[in-house]
Design a protein around this ligand. Structure first.
Ligand SMILES: Cc1cc2nc3c(=O)[nH]c(=O)nc-3n(C[C@H](O)[C@H](O)[C@H](O)COP(=O)(O)O)c2cc1C
Length: 321
């Protein structure tokens, strides 16, 4: 049996498959579809300091090859998360990431400080796509300075590993990844949704009430994969890939592009049992290809740079021919 374990900075994951924030419940809602102990980790929906009702409906719209959403970070707030969700997570035999949000760097830091004391939380993922209320509501993820400021304050507020979730809607993603690494992130998640629009030409009605929304699903995989690769070649901390993943082959592509772990999002709406099956398929595909460990594939893309995880074996080269 191939060894699926990966080392994600200070964390050991039993396999590289994680859920993506906002698409797989908030806690253990999906555990009857895939037991947590089958997964590398679970990522919560974004938790903000205060409850948020989210945006007006419609908030989700299907397109030809993906989904546009504008949920607006609906959640019951930090108090409810700590009181109601975390106690149920304590027994979950997997790595638990809490994805955090805020309207200012200080709010992110406050949430991080509060969660620092919570044993059920293994790591924080920082949703830098939250709008910066003091910065013209531009997402923190859109400049190296604002992204780094959030990460630096969160770093000072917690001992837990922190992962900065970046946005694809930027120029110079590598510079932003480097800025959050310098600010103390243990890793980077690449990426959140792509800005998108759908409209019914007959009625003029946009697909979501906020007019523009975040695009996800199979259509974004090549874009997100490029983003993840750009991050991986820009930083020395681990990268978690995210965007359009639906199969074990997709996961393996992200590993080869330089990611250490991979999140499954929109694909889980159609099939909530998918993450468990992807893990089983990973085992089978690696065994068939004669690859002993998932880790040895990391960063083995032939882009002229040395691989992070290992060197590409001759038999894999042969299989690709
Ligand atoms: C309905 C929906 C809700 C989401 N909510 C969050 C969220 O609360 N926080 C966050 O960081 N990302 C959120 N995301 C983004 C996903 O975690 C992921 O980055 C994105 O959907 C791309 O991956 P995918 O193509 O596999 O879905 C959400 C995505 C969707 C579709």
């Amino acid at each position: 049996m191939p060894d699926l374990k990966v080392k994600l900075g200070p964390l050991e994951l039993r396999n590289p498959v994680l859920s993506a924030s906002g698409t797989y419940g908030h806690g253990l809602e999906m555990c009857h579809f895939t037991p947590p102990e089958r997964l590398g980790g679970l990522v919560s929906k974004t938790v903000t300091p205060r409850p948020r009702p989210g945006n007006a409906a419609p908030r989700i719209c299907e397109t030809e090859a993906g989904l546009i959403n504008s949920i607006g970070l609906e959640n019951r707030g930090l108090d409810a998360y700590v009181a109601d969700t975390l106690p149920t997570m304590a027994g979950a035999d997997t790595v638990v990431f809490t994805n955090i949000g805020g309207e200012s760097p200080e709010e992110f830091a406050d949430v991080a400080a509060r969660l620092d004391a919570e044993e059920a939380v293994d790591a924080l993922e920082i949703n830098l796509s939250c709008p910066n209320v003091d910065g013209g509501r531009l997402p923190f993820a859109t400049s190296p300075e604002s992204a780094a400021r959030v990460v630096a304050l969160v770093r000072a507020a917690t001992e837990k590993p922190i992962f900065a979730k970046l946005s694809p809607n930027v120029a110079g993603l590598g510079d932003i990844a480097r800025a959050v690494e310098e600010a103390g992130a243990d890793g980077v998640t690449a990426v959140n949704t792509l800005l998108a629009l759908s409209v019914d030409w007959r009625t003029g009605q946009p697909g979501v009430a906020t007019v523009q929304g975040g695009y996800s699903g199979p259509a974004i995989k090549p874009v997100a994969l490029r983003c993840a690769w750009e991050c991986a070649r820009s930083v020395s901390i681990p990268v978690i890939g995210c965007g359009g993943v639906a199969t074990a082959d997709d996961v393996l592509e992200y590993l080869v592009a330089g990611c250490t772990a991979v999140q499954l999002g929109t694909a889980c709406f159609a099939d909530p049992a998918l993450p468990g099956r992807v893990v089983a398929d990973l085992d089978r595909k690696l065994a068939e290809a004669g690859v002993a460990t998932a880790a040895e594939l990391i960063g083995t893309i032939a882009d002229g740079r040395p691989a992070a995880g290992g060197s590409r074996d001759a038999h894999l080269q042969e299989a690709a021919r």
